[in-house]
Design a protein around this ligand. Structure first.
Ligand code: FAD
Length: 310
């Protein structure tokens, strides 16, 4: 039977250290638990919100009618067959990358520094170094709210840059089958270390954030460069609203330097987007997603300052 925790303080639990109180946190051990948790949420009128490491989520303030559904380590199983790895979706990206490296398997170096779970990464089709996790995927297994298992080949997952079919479905990703290529373990290790060194230099590490906030837009990139460069050129580095600040280290990161609330971040996002629009005629889409008090998931750039915020 699943374990339930009441009244979870999201300003401590979430990666950004922002948010009010979630009514429940439910730990899911298996598919049966997931089915029961969905039923539990219906019964108590709570919106279920599946979470990985919450590294892409901005929670609203106040008392949220949501139940966070968090997988336990039982969803971290690993099977290696030659150059293929089948893993549970709760495995952490750095652990998976290291596992591939010690087994002399290439292709997951780019995820070594991403503080996410594999399930969250697949949902977002995240990655780095101009590579996305979809490029290594053979198939993804998920379950719907009735516990029905669905296996999709990569070409059925509608993968695009930071997009996947899972963003339109209410399904729990349970495991992922990956295809890698064989390589020298020591060379792969060197590549991972170099990526980690590079990230440490470029990205803020001391203050909580959700990583890069805006998605790069190809036509804007060609004309003006990546979002961080444009935001910096408009003088936003170090700009603050409440407890939220555009990182002085990398302008595409909004950090919580103490006591930030969701509306601080949303106001900064809107200010940045308004300036970019007036200077360059573009509007940037955000990677970060807002979780409302009713459990709706809304991209940060789709929120006005007042919209849905407590
Ligand atoms: C310091 C920092 C650096 C970052 N660097 C990068 C980077 O280099 N590249 C990159 O792509 N991203 C990066 N990110 C952003 C973030 O890690 C990714 O968006 C990641 O995909 C989110 O994974 P998560 O496990 O934290 O998921 P969460 O943030 O918990 O959830 C994200 C979404 O996935 C859904 N979800 C999570 N698990 C499951 C599951 N098992 N089944 C179904 N749905 C699920 C959730 O419902 C939610 O909608 C960074 C974030 C931080 C804080």
């Amino acid at each position: 039977m699943f374990k339930v925790i009441d009244n979870v303080d999201l300003s401590k639990y979430s990666n950004w250290k922002i948010g009010g109180v979630a009514k429940k946190l439910i730990y899911i051990n298996d598919v049966d638990d997931y089915k029961k948790a969905v039923f539990f949420c219906e019964k108590y009128k709570l919106s279920p919100v599946i979470v990985g490491n919450t590294t892409n989520l901005l929670f609203d303030n106040g008392y949220l009618d949501i139940a966070l559904l968090k997988l336990t380590d039982r969803f971290s199983s690993i099977r290696i067959d030659d150059n293929q790895i089948t893993v549970g979706s709760n495995i952490e990206c750095h652990r998976l990358s290291r596992l591939a490296q010690v087994n002399g398997l290439k292709g997951l170096e780019h995820i070594v520094g991403i503080p996410a779970t594999l399930g969250g990464l697949v949902y977002m089709n995240g990655g780095s170094k101009r590579t996305t996790i979809s490029s290594s995927i053979i198939s993804v297994t998920s379950v719907d709210s009735n516990g029905q298992e669905i296996v999709r080949e990569a070409n059925e997952c509608s993968f695009e840059y930071r997009k996947s079919i899972f963003q339109e479905k209410k399904e729990l990703i349970t495991s992922v089958k990956l295809s890698l290529s064989k390589g020298s373990s020591s060379k792969i290790r060197r590549e991972c270390l170099s990526i980690l060194r590079d990230r440490r230099k470029k990205f803020p590490r001391k203050l909580p954030s959700c990583g890069s906030l805006f998605v790069s837009e190809p036509s804007m990139y060609n004309e003006f460069g990546p979002p961080g460069k444009i935001i910096e050129s408009l003088g936003f580095k170090g700009s603050k609203i409440g407890g939220a600040m555009v990182s002085p280290i990398h302008a595409n990161f909004i950090v919580n330097f103490g006591g930030a609330v969701a509306s601080d971040v949303v106001k900064l996002v809107n200010q940045i987007n308004e300036r970019i629009h007036s200077e360059h005629g573009f509007t940037l889409k955000s990677e970060g997603v807002f979780v409302s008090s009713k459990g709706e998931l809304i991209r940060l750039d789709d929120l006005s300052d007042e919209n849905s915020l407590i």
